[in-house]
Design a binder for this molecule. Structure first.
Ligand code: ATP
Length: 254
């Protein structure tokens, strides 16, 4: 469903991701793990067509991300790190608005909004202003908008960041319930996030792929070690190094 080949992104002299290649089969929930600054958001922005790559190719549902971006966008639901919600709108008005933007036909729009509201468990707060609901609910609204139009692929960037423990459990349950019908990439720097929701993990460090396998197989390769220890070992050459200085923001093309 997702095929990435030799993907590289440079921001001036900083290489954010380098020669990344991986494949995500249909219906899988892939945990995309890496320390801060490893290149997760960059990869997701490229896959969702929000940012060009410097080189390499990426295909979603058979469509090239760079050559057929509209076809790709139609098949992807994206929850960026900061949910793209409008605080002054009610949840209902916002979801109807996004459904319209996504081209959900008018006569099925109401049913589609009801469907995603039930799936993301916001159906009981639809008339509340987004500004007045908790961060957990805002995150659910972000997930609901990603589900609109039932895209084949969902890309969720740090969906539980900043939530309290009970909200985290609810969002994890929700993501788990999506397996099978959707192919999901779940980005996080929290290992428990992956063990709670995913079968397969892809780990990057400093923009390079350091592991891509079934969680159980990864543990079997490192007997007697916890996943935390395995993660630390695999990403160790990035730790202890001084933090990456942030380059000037690049808003324009690669
Ligand atoms: N627009 C940009 N312009 C310049 N440098 C950038 C830009 N976006 C990201 N970077 C740099 O690219 C590297 C990878 O960043 P990215 O945000 O993809 O990492 P990440 O794994 O998502 O990190 P985090 O978990 O902290 O969100 C970092 O060194 C970051 O400073």
């Amino acid at each position: 469903m997702i095929e990435v080949s030799n993907l590289t992104k440079r921001y001036r002299d900083l290489t954010a991701i380098e020669d990344l290649s991986f494949h995500v089969p249909k219906g899988e929930i892939l945990g995309f793990l890496g320390p801060n600054g490893a290149g997760k958001s960059t990869t997701m922005r490229i896959l969702t067509g929000f940012q060009p790559a410097t080189s390499g190719t990426a295909r979603v549902a058979g469509f090239d991300v760079f050559e057929q971006p509209l076809e790709v966008k139609r098949r992807i639901g994206y929850l960026p790190e900061i949910p793209p919600v409008y605080p002054d709108m009610s949840i209902k008005a916002y979801l109807r608005f996004v459904a319209e933007l996504k081209g959900v036909p008018r006569k099925v729009r109401k049913d589609e909004v009801d469907r995603v509201a039930n799936a993301a468990r916001v159906a009981h707060v639809m008339d509340r202003l987004i500004a007045n609901v908790s961060k957990g609910y805002r995150q659910r609204v972000g997930i609901a908008q990603a589900l609109l139009g039932s895209p084949d692929v969902l890309i969720l960037d740090e969906p539980t960041v900043g939530l309290d423990p009970s909200q985290i459990l609810e969002v994890r349950d929700l993501v788990r319930s999506l397996a099978g019908q959707h192919t999901v990439i779940l980005s996080t720097h929290i290992l428990q996030e992956v063990t709670a929701t995913c079968d397969t993990v892809l780990i990057i460090a400093r923009g390079k792929l350091v592991a891509h396998e079934n969680l159980r197989a990864l543990q079997e390769k490192h007997p007697g070690r916890s996943l935390d220890e395995i993660f630390l070992q695999l990403t160790s050459d990035t730790r202890g190094a001084s933090p990456e200085p942030r380059q000037p923001m690049e808003h324009e093309a690669a």
